[in-house]
Design a protein. Structure first.
Length: 147
């Protein structure tokens, strides 16, 4: 009986820790920073992109569409990393390893797993820790946001 109680308590504690971790990660804004670690934009949990003044500059929908403050389509990034403009013209691709390529397949830079963003010269141009790789890539390498 004591072993059963200990097992049940362990299960409850595990569940509590899991819910705590999930609860602290949901709803938090993700911040994109420059190479000096100053905030450039924040992406809210609903996809709203805000500048340093907390003004909305764009919105990224769950289907990858990027829209401006007037709800005009600026572009789209697909689940496979393809980036297109508002006319559906191919702009480039974000590869699974974070490498960003332009329409000519030239490397523009890379977003690393730790959130570090480097240009094609391997210079650090910013940080996007805990930001989805494709969001960081479209911010740094494709001109969709006016900040």
């Amino acid at each position: 009986m004591e072993k059963l109680i200990r097992h049940a308590i362990k299960g409850v504690v595990t569940l509590f820790i899991f819910l705590l971790v999930i609860g602290t990660q949901t709803g938090l804004a993700q911040t994109i920073r420059d190479n000096g670690n100053s905030m450039l934009v924040r992406i809210d949990s609903d996809g709203t992109v805000r500048n340093r003044s907390n003004s909305m500059v764009a919105r990224i929908s769950s289907n990858g569409e990027i829209r401006d403050t007037s709800n005009r389509l600026l572009g789209k990034v697909s689940d496979n990393g393809t980036v297109r403009d508002s006319n559906n013209s191919y702009l480039g691709k974000i590869e699974s390893d974070g490498t960003v390529r332009n329409r000519n397949n030239s490397c523009m830079g890379r977003v690393y797993q730790d959130g570090t963003v480097r240009n094609s010269n391997n210079s650090t141009i910013g940080y996007a820790k805990d930001v989805p790789m494709r969001y960081a890539a479209i911010y740094f390498f494709f001109d969709f946001f006016e900040t």
